[in-house]
Design a protein. Structure first.
Length: 141
């Protein structure tokens, strides 16, 4: 019955190779939404807080920022400051999400501009449609 200790040792070794080291490989994720509001048309939101039309967040390198449009409008994203991000196609469609990974330390600025007017989408606003601004400060770590 010498096989059992060998089997236990092989199983433990296999689990050690397969299991990731604790704390490694897992990057933080920040979730933001673009929400339609009557005043100023759009704001940044988290699941618990309204942040406004212009907001600033601070994250560590490797953080993923997921931006979802919870508004029935499409948005064009543009980067106006910071190390170049691979944004690819600028448009994000209503109900979809865009994930941006911040790999380098620095200060990034992004804008999100609605493609359609509120009237074209049948929305009521108090004032002009606004361009959202997101500043992301990425710290090494």
């Amino acid at each position: 019955m010498r096989r059992r200790p060998l089997l236990v040792a092989l199983t433990a070794a296999a689990l050690f190779v397969i299991a990731p080291a604790s704390g490694s490989g897992a990057s933080a994720t920040v979730r933001l939404a673009i929400a339609h509001v009557a005043a100023h048309c759009h704001v940044w939101k988290t699941s618990t807080k309204t942040l406004g039309g212009s907001t600033k967040i601070t994250v560590r390198t490797g953080t993923r920022v997921v931006i979802r449009s919870d508004c029935p409008m499409d948005f064009d994203f543009a980067q106006t400051k910071g190390p170049r991000l691979p944004l690819a196609y600028p448009r994000t469609y209503a109900g979809t999400a865009r994930t941006i990974t911040f790999r380098k330390a620095g200060v990034y600025r992004l804008t999100a501009t609605n493609v359609q007017t509120p009237e074209e989408r049948g929305l009521v606003t108090l004032g002009e449609a606004n361009t959202l601004t997101l500043t992301v400060v990425v710290q090494a770590g």
